[in-house]
Design a protein around this ligand. Sequence first.
Ligand SMILES: Nc1ncnc2c1ncn2[C@@H]1O[C@H](COP(=O)(O)OP(=O)(O)OP(=O)(O)O)[C@@H](O)[C@H]1O
Ligand SMILES: [Mg+2]
Length: 353
Amino acid sequence: MADVQVRNVSRSFGSHKALDDVSIDFPDGGFYALLGPSGSGKTTLLRLIAGFDFPSCGGISIGGESVERVPVEKRRIGMMFQNYALFPNMSVADNVAFGLSVRGDTRSSIETEVRRALDLVQLDKLGERRPHQLSGGQRQRVALARAIVTKPRVLLLDEPLSALDKALRVDMQIELKRIQREIGITTIFVTHDQEEALTMADRIGILCDGRVVQEGPPEDVYDRPRSEFAASFLGDANILRGKTFDNGIRLSDGMQILAKEASSGSAGVEAICAVRPERITIAASASATPPGRNTLNGRIMKRIFAGNSSTYFVDRNGETLKVLVQNQDGERLSEGQDVTLSWSPESTVVITA
Ligand SMILES: Nc1ncnc2c1ncn2[C@@H]1O[C@H](COP(=O)(O)OP(=O)(O)OP(=O)(O)O)[C@@H](O)[C@H]1O
Ligand SMILES: [Mg+2]
């Protein structure tokens, strides 16, 4: 069931449409990641849901009720902004208590709730400190505690982990997911980090120029992108151009690329097919390829070593294909070598304009 429902929402600033006819159902208790390039409208959408701003048209409902006339403080939303500013002159505990004091809760209930929230983010021993006495990751956890302490029904997080280094970020991802599960709160999470979105969310939505390009469970969106933009924005993709024929596309030089799910349109129209770099097998030319696989020949132009994996850049008639390979024992292919690339029709997605 949808907890937050956004229906045909647009928001214009002058002549610029920051959001253009956006409709998304955010499932009850789910973890939804919003992805999109800078300026695509992610923060604008969160601000509309929170009630800091209003749609130019369309409607938003929370828990089945329209919130058109419901002010920010009555929407029961916890929000952690892109710049999660803490109050520098207040202790950690007072920062977390802020929303409860404003609401006029009693002192003893505030104390209990603040303790519980600080426990949850594992900062129970640091309540007396000031923000400047904390590490970046601890400050972000204070901001998170402040966002959840009021027991909101919806949690809006705008790039909450962006300031953290890789190791801390992974810790916080695990922590955030644990907290979200523990309190079962409907969460909408904005991130620039596609890996973060894929690992944490149970649904993903990709925004571009204020429109929803694609949404669905992470595996669906990753395995079956419906546009070149979605294919290249979420993960890496090789894009081959050609014209459709019954079960795939035909490249300009006549090579046929087969797909399992062929495009529904008619034959002979311009189309692309997308293949993920990790789905391609690379082998020295003239080695045997199992039948039924798509094959292309090329030459290795470059190999980039990344510890556990390597990426080969393979030239084929002036076009470059990327192949991602796990580094294992055995012979490595070298730059300048002629190779055969192969992949299965199941790993090939045909996209027509
Ligand atoms: N108050 C405003 N007045 C005018 N234009 C605005 C306003 N707020 C946002 N915009 C514009 O709307 C578009 C969407 O902005 P938004 O902040 O939602 O982007 P975003 O997806 O959150 O980007 P980022 O990833 O950089 O945070 C941008 O082009 C922005 O310049
Ligand atoms: Mg933003």
